[in-house]
Design a protein around this ligand. Structure first.
Ligand SMILES: [Zn+2]
Length: 80
């Protein structure tokens, strides 16, 4: 199956450059709707939309990295 490559790409860890689609903050949750459709959320916006997402789209895959939010300061936070 050729979708394997896309699945691997979409399961890559989120990076500092990945931004919430709603507010532009650093993204900590990736919601995958299909092979080429996903949304990125910061912790705040995922929390606000979580119930709607999982009830309306039960087939989605959620990569939740919110446990990393307070792990260590992001490099970009000090660079600006
Ligand atoms: Zn946000």
């Amino acid at each position: 199956m050729t979708i394997t490559t896309e699945r691997v790409l979409q399961s890559d860890p989120l990076k500092i450059a990945d931004r919430c689609d709603q507010c532009g903050a650093q993204a900590f949750v990736r919601v995958v709707f299909g092979p080429s459709r996903d949304l990125l959320f910061c912790g705040h916006h995922y929390h606000r939309n979580e119930l709607t997402l999982v009830t309306r789209h039960p087939y989605i895959t959620v990569r939740d990295e919110r446990h990393k939010i307070n792990e260590k300061p992001s490099l970009s936070a000090n660079a600006d």
